[in-house]
Each structure stands twice: as structure tokens, then as C-alpha cells.
Write a protein that binds this ligand. Structure first.
Ligand code: AP5
Ligand code: ZN
Length: 217
């Protein structure tokens, strides 16, 4: 499968995408996770990206497009397809993605939007805990780890993202509506867009996603 999953901060992209990855054995490319990896490695890109991420802005299209291009070309997990989480975030990125795929005679099959009111996102974001190395996310209340502040798989410590506070969230939401909102229209015009209700519990959201895949057959 070749698809993208989009939606505002806290909609559940990072919660649902690994399930799709496991089901279809495709790569899960989460641009936010990739940027956070650069931040933790203290690279020059990481240093620049951290400033932007903590302000709720967007890293440049050029950088993001190259990052995705590199993965699609070199990551062997992407051979069977991919799920993109957090990319494209601008119409320019969406256009560049199409021009990456067309020389290989590939097209996107699904652009799924996780739809949810902004008001529900504050509690999701402020309660989130992540395992930085894997990108796995938990929630203090909605999805607590088995052991307090520890990753279920590795037992390593969980942390809070530096952009997961109410102030930065406000900016991330307005950036999403201004810059990423138009991407919805882009995929609606190509006919691959589907919206699903992301305010339901994770298991229910997953069922809605499966419904979209079943419609293929
Ligand atoms: P990114 O990491 O992509 O952040 P985001 O888009 O703000 O999305 P989140 O990761 O916050 O939300 P999510 O939908 O993954 O939610 P999750 O499943 O974890 O990007 C970070 C930054 O990097 C951007 O702001 C930007 O600066 C930069 N960037 C990244 N990509 C870029 C690009 N392409 N171009 C330019 N800049 C880019 O769930 C959230 C919480 O809710 C968790 O605690 C989870 O357990 C819980 N939860 C999930 N689902 C449910 C549910 N159904 N019910 C209850 N709780 C739930
Ligand atoms: Zn995420």
C-alpha cells in the first residue's frame, strides 16, 4: 500500500500508522520522528529544526522533501509501499511527492484525514509520553504504559516532547489549519481522500481505517 495519514497534532497519526505498517509490511515514515532524531543527535539540521518545532512552525519544504526522497530510495522497508505520517504538510510538498512517484509509475492510493475538533486535542497532547528511540507514544490517562514512565517494549524511560505544551499546541494548530488544510483539497481533487472520525477510541479509529482498505476490494 502507498498512503498518507494526515490530521492535526494529537489526532492519532503516530498511534494508527504502526498498525498499518504491521498489517501491510510497509515502511512508516514519520517526519516529526525523523526530525526529533536529528535533534537528539545534535546535528546542525537538528539544531535548526528544534527552534522551529518548539515554535510550532514548519521546517522548509526543501529539507523535508529531501528527507522523504532519501528514505523512499534507500530504506528497504519501503519496497512494499509506505505510510507517510506528517508529510506532506504543504501543497508544495504534496506536489513534490507526486513528482517523486511518477517516474517510478507509482501513485498514492489513499490520503486519509483523521478528523477531530481542536478542543479535544489539548488533553491528548499534554498527556502524551513518548519513547524517543522508537517513536512509540503513550498517554498518561488514555493509554498508560505498563510500568510508570517506562516503554513497554524496552523498559527505557518515556519523556514528554518539548513542543507538547498548551502554548506551542496553539501555534501548531494554526499552522495546521493554514498550511496543511489546503492539502486536503489537493487530495480531494485527485479522488483518493477519505476522512474518518478520530475522536473515537483508538480501536474504533482502526476499524474505520480497515473499512477504507476493504473498500478497495
Ligand atoms: P509531528 O511529530 O508530525 O507532530 P504533529 O503533526 O503535531 O502530530 P503529533 O505527533 O503531535 O500527533 P499524532 O497525530 O501523531 O498523535 P499521536 O498518535 O501521538 O511534527 C512535529 C513538528 O515537526 C511539526 O510541528 C513541524 O515543526 C515539524 N515537521 C514535521 N513534519 C514536517 C513537514 N512535513 N514539513 C515541515 N515541518 C515538519 O496521539 C497523541 C496522543 O493521544 C498520544 O498520547 C496517544 O496515546 C493519544 N491518542 C491517540 N489516539 C487516541 C484516541 N483515539 N483516543 C484517545 N487518545 C488517543
Ligand atoms: Zn506523531
Amino acid at each position: 500500500v502507498r498512503m498518507i495519514i494526515m490530521g492535526p497534532p494529537g489526532a492519532g497519526k503516530g498511534t494508527q500508522a504502526p498498525r498499518i505498517k504491521d498489517k501491510y509490511r510497509v515502511c512508516h515514515l514519520a517526519t516529526g520522528d525523523m526530525l526529533r532524531e536529528q535533534v537528539s543527535k545534535k546535528t546542525e539540521l537538528g539544531r535548526q529544526a528544534k527552534k522551529i518545532m518548539d515554535q510550532g512552525g514548519l521546517v522548509s519544504d526543501e529539507i523535508m522533501v529531501n528527507m522523504i526522497k532519501h528514505e523512499l530510495e534507500n530504506n528497504t522497508e519501503c519496497k512494499n509501499g509506505f505510510i507517510l505520517d506528517g508529510f506532506p504538510r504543504t501543497v508544495a510538498q504534496a506536489e513534490r511527492l507526486d513528482s517523486m512517484l511518477s517516474p517510478r509509475s507509482q501513485t498514492l492510493q489513499h490520503a486519509v484525514e483523521l478528523q477531530i475538533d481542536d478542543g479535544l486535542l489539548v488533553s491528548r497532547i499534554t498527556g502524551r509520553l513518548i519513547h524517543p528511540a522508537s517513536g512509540r507514544s503513550y498517554h498518561k490517562i488514555f493509554n498508560p504504559p505498563k510500568e510508570e514512565m517506562k516503554d513497554d517494549v524496552t523498559g527505557e524511560p518515556l519523556i514528554q516532547r518539548s513542543d507538547d505544551n498548551a502554548d506551542t499546541l496553539k501555534k501548531r494548530l494554526s499552522t495546521y489549519h493554514d498550511q496543511t488544510g489546503p492539502v486536503v483539497g489537493y487530495y480531494q481533487r485527485t479522488g483518493i481522500w477519505r476522512g474518518i472520525d478520530a475522536s473515537q477510541e483508538p480501536g474504533q479509529v482502526w476499524k474505520s481505517l480497515l473499512g477504507i482498505f476493504n473498500d478497495d476490494k
